[in-house]
Design a protein around this ligand. Structure first.
Ligand SMILES: [Fe+2]
Length: 382
């Protein structure tokens, strides 16, 4: 067994209405100035919490976050100016993965001479002096527990990963009530993204027993509850299960991370602005079909966690699992083909070129992916 380090927030607070206990967080009690970065649709839901924090005599500024897609360097830098001027000693991020990633970077870079460019890559941040609390309101990235932040370099249209132990929040509050207003389409896309984090970690070349347990539980929770969360958004138990599954997916991201599904989706997001979850959802079944021969037994275990009960050799069970994922996507209204999301045959060479550059994820894939393989996978999805 290889050595492994699992980093996670000191407090993970989970459950219905736990957002109301946020003002009691140690990090807030120890602060005088709090910057709360909130996605626009959540401003109203956060009003009473903001007021409760202010009633403690804490100076709190709400910074509305209304960007779409992964934050760009320019966007983060402009919010960084606000944060520098405000001088917070605690930052709270409330929103989807992009908001949380942005809050994580603000906490790390406010009053830090390092720039975004300096810290782009793995392990380049020197530290973080500002407390950080993340409140996810989609059930997707698991950013609330992970050391990762993903940006878009607007000059090159390339996604950039910033990965550092200093990006792991001090605390996170996971309240399914905050996910209830997420529309079915976003619930589906972010939920399948979370499922892909668990599956790519479990079938990863660097899979590890310490992480496998999270991955399998995440697969089970999401596959059993995502459809219900999409068709009946007010079902708090289904919302809670998907939120927890996504958090397990986030715990997989630090020590093991994703693989070819995410690598092949980079160009779809960076160049063609397909939402991250949607890109992964369209790609995942075909990439798993490609990967499966490299390790049929692991893929069969994924299938069993997905609820597949067929018996037979590992490959047959694994293929039934991939069919189950496709069916889940269909049930949740996810398009099945690249052509459904505006991608044509002529786009494929460029997508493959971009994917081949994502070596930090491709190295994790259970089967080597060549440029020709990537082209083959994209073409099967036309
Ligand atoms: Fe993802």
């Amino acid at each position: 067994m290889e050595p492994i380090t699992l980093l996670q927030p000191k407090s993970i607070v989970f459950g219905k209405d736990v957002i109301n206990t946020l003002p009691e967080a140690t990090e807030i009690k120890q602060s005088q100035r709090v910057l709360c970065v909130v996605a626009t649709p959540l401003l109203k839901a956060m009003e009473s919490v903001v007021q409760a924090i202010q009633e403690r005599g804490i100076t709190l500024n709400v910074l509305e976050y209304n960007y779409v897609g992964e934050p760009t360097f320019k966007q983060v830098n402009s919010l960084l100016e606000v944060s520098e001027a405000f001088r917070p000693d605690c930052i709270i991020g409330v929103g989807g993965g992009s908001v949380l990633d942005c809050a994580k970077l603000l906490a790390a870079l406010t009053h830090n001479p390092q720039t975004l460019t300096d810290v782009s890559g793995i392990g380049l941040l020197n530290g973080r002096n500002i407390a950080l609390i993340c409140v996810p309101t989609t059930s997707g990235t698991g950013s609330e527990v992970s050391p990762n932040a993903i940006l878009l370099n607007e000059e090159t249209a390339a996604k950039v990963g910033i990965i550092s132990p200093f990006l792991v929040p001090d605390a996170c509050y996971l309240d399914p009530v905050l996910t209830v207003s997420l529309p079915p389409k976003l619930t589906a896309e972010t939920g399948i993204d979370a499922l892909s984090h668990c599956i790519e970690a479990f079938t990863n070349k660097f899979a590890h027993p310490m992480i496998d347990i999270y991955a399998l539980k995440g697969i089970k929770l999401i596959s059993e509850n995502l459809k219900q969360a999409c068709v009946k958004g007010s079902d708090i138990e289904a919302r809670a299960a998907v939120l927890l599954g996504a958090m397990y997916g986030g715990l997989c991201l630090g020590p093991v991370n994703t693989a070819a599904v995410h690598a092949l989706s980079y160009g779809l997001g960076g160049k063609f602005h397909v939402p991250h979850g949607l890109a992964n959802a369209v790609l995942m079944p075909e990439v798993l079909r490609f990967n499966m021969p490299a390790n049929p037994e692991r893929h069969a275990e994924v299938a069993r966690a997905l609820g597949v009960t067929v018996t037979g050799d590992a490959s047959a069970v694994a293929l039934a699992g991939i069919a189950r994922i496709e069916q889940l996507g269909k049930d949740c209204g996810i398009p099945q083909r690249l052509t459904d999301i505006g991608i044509t045959k002529t786009d494929i060479p460029e997508l493959a070129t971009i994917a081949m550059k994502v070596t930090r994820l491709l190295k994790n894939n259970p089967r080597t992916v060549t440029e020709a393989d990537a082209i083959g996978i994209y073409e099967k999805l036309l």
